[in-house]
Design a protein around this ligand. Structure first.
Ligand code: AMP
Ligand code: FE
Ligand code: FE
Ligand code: ZN
Length: 295
């Protein structure tokens, strides 16, 4: 059984429509796929219908932009991605928060474009929109794709490496939900909260084992990703070991973005079947818990 629990479509910063992501997952031999677009549930209905048409399992997901305040950091806080599975997609508090995140992302676009113009790389908002016509918010990945289209850089990651990285020359801050509040909102919406790629891109110092343990004990964090292209083999093994010790989920995924991330083909990493079974158990328990709070 091959299970990929983290993918993106063009309703956020992937390059393929939700149904096409699911059909590609089936063609890649996956038995279960989750769609986890950034800060939106918009692709889930289309993806779910496509999954039932092609006969593979589907898990409704979302990847929420959160922040850990770090006053000493020039960027003011570090970005942490929180995967959420099985949320009530009509939960008013969560929907309002996602709208706030998306508005913050799109709202700082003019400031990013002003920086790029100062750096000698003028782009218009229409150039960026052309890279995210279906997207529910326009972020740095779409700016990166516009830089590629204009010939300023060769590929999306190069735009981040040179200009758009956190604290970089064309970077502009935006709103994201504090991590502990995001976990709470996901739980209140009946969802399961899993930190994405916790130790990728130098994040190990930000989310050390003691802190992850505290989030599990005090906030009910449900787990974290272990098998991901941003983690080397030793990191993956260490995260599996830690999750086992804490009794939480250790998931695996591609973090597929279509053509947007070249190293993340569907199924490049997958979730172990026993971890998938544990996720389904937690999804059932969390949704029962949220439903009982409403009564
Ligand atoms: P934004 O929400 O507009 O600030 O853009 C954040 C998104 O950019 C993340 O969700 C990632 O998909 C992508 N991203 C962030 N940092 C990098 C990086 N160093 N290289 C490639 N993609 C990145
Ligand atoms: Fe992304
Ligand atoms: Fe992410
Ligand atoms: Zn992702």
């Amino acid at each position: 059984m091959r299970i990929d629990l983290h993918t993106h479509s063009d309703v956020s910063d992937g390059t393929d429509a939700p149904a096409d992501v699911v059909r590609a997952a089936a063609s890649a031999g996956l038995d279960v796929v989750a769609l986890t677009d950034h800060d939106t549930f918009d692709g889930l209905a289309e993806a779910e219908a496509a999954a039932s048409a092609v006969g593979i399992g589907f898990v409704p997901g979302m990847e929420m932009s959160t922040t850990l305040p770090r006053p000493q950091d020039p960027t003011g806080g570090a970005s942490v991605h929180l995967l959420a599975y099985g949320c009530d997609t009509a939960d008013a508090a969560l929907l309002a928060e996602l709208a706030r995140i998306r508005a913050g992302r799109t709202g700082r676009l003019p400031a990013i474009l002003a920086r790029l113009a100062d750096l000698g790389m003028p782009l218009s908002e229409a150039d960026v929109l052309a890279q995210g016509a279906e997207a529910t918010s326009l972020g740095r990945p779409h700016v990166a794709d516009a830089l590629v289209a204009a010939g300023y850089v060769a590929y999306r990651d190069q735009a981040f490496e040179r200009w758009l990285y956190d604290g970089g020359p064309a970077w502009v801050d935006r709103y994201a939900t504090p991590l502990v509040r995001a976990i709470e909102l996901v739980h209140e919406a009946g969802g399961v909260a899993v930190i994405a790629h916790p130790w990728g891109r130098g994040r190990a110092e930000l989310l050390p084992p003691e802190f992850l343990e505290e989030l599990v004990a005090d906030r009910g964090l449900d787990g974290f990703e272990a098998d991901h292209t941003d983690h080397d083999e030793d990191t993956r093994a260490a995260l599996h070991e830690l999750a086992g010790r804490l009794g939480v989920l250790a998931l695996g995924s591609s973090d597929h973005h279509g053509l947007g991330k070249r190293d993340n083909p569907l199924g490049v990493h997958t979730t172990r079947p026993e971890q998938y079974a544990a996720l389904l158990d937690r999804m059932a328990a969390r949704s029962r818990g949220a439903a009982s709070r409403l009564r």
